[in-house]
Design a protein around this ligand. Structure first.
Ligand code: NAG
Length: 212
């Protein structure tokens, strides 16, 4: 009897549900810092903690600007290729809303974007990740659909962002100039029982050339 009670208490503790931590990631294609944060911090942390702990929203637009909504004109920090790359990513997110699918697609692009034309890179990654390239490219090439997604991404990008990647955790900016441990930060923000992965650390790489 005592044992049964203890087991049921333990089960209740394990199952104690909490809301996932909301994470908003604002990025733009061809931004090295965005690529680094996505590949080295966000994706490994999401893989370690999962959707029960992290509710991830990715918005590819960054420092782009809609210059004339009626005329459908915009500028992107890294030029036409970035506008196009943001569009491919917006299309992938719209077609594959599960972060497991679109994060690995964006991460794949980030790794090969320097060595291939923008459309070729996204096609290669669609094949590699098992996503429907015809669907993604049809969305990107559809003037109405792609423009609507650009406008929606612009609206979903906080107007007060001062750089990208701009990361917002439960409504507060995650300050990349101060914080160094994204996994630990998300674990601290999670009010449920800490998953086992919280006692580990995501290997942190930094863009530096060491003088050895
Ligand atoms: C996840 O985030 C989205 C976008 O902010 C929000 O609409 C949704 O309600 C959140 N889901 C949960 C389970 O908190």
């Amino acid at each position: 009897m005592k044992l049964a009670l203890a087991i049921s208490f333990a089960a209740a503790a394990v199952a104690r549900a909490a809301d996932p931590v909301n994470v908003l990631l604002c990025i733009e294609a061809y931004c090295p810092g965005c690529q680094q944060f996505t590949v080295d911090d966000l994706i490994p942390t999401y893989e370690a903690l999962g959707s029960d702990v992290m509710n991830v929203t990715v918005v590819p637009f960054g420092n782009a600007h809609i210059t004339d909504e009626d005329a459908r004109t915009m500028t992107c920090q890294h030029g036409e290729d970035e506008c196009s790359g943001n569009s491919y990513e917006q299309c992938a997110i719209s077609l594959y809303p599960d972060p497991t699918d679109h994060l690995s697609y964006i991460g794949c692009f980030d790794k090969i974007s320097g060595v291939m034309a923008v459309d070729k890179a996204f096609e290669t990654c669609a094949t590699q990740q098992g996503l429907d390239w015809d669907g993604i490219s049809a969305c990107h090439d559809d003037a109405d659909q792609s423009w609507e997604l650009q406008v929606a991404a612009a609206a979903a990008t906080p107007a007060d962002h001062t750089y990208v990647p701009w990361v917002v955790v439960n409504g507060e900016q995650y300050d990349l100039d101060v914080e160094t441990d994204f996994l630990g930060f998300i674990c601290d923000a999670y009010t449920g029982d800490k998953p086992a992965a919280c006692s580990g650390k995501v290997a942190k790489k930094t863009l530096r050339c060491e003088n050895k």
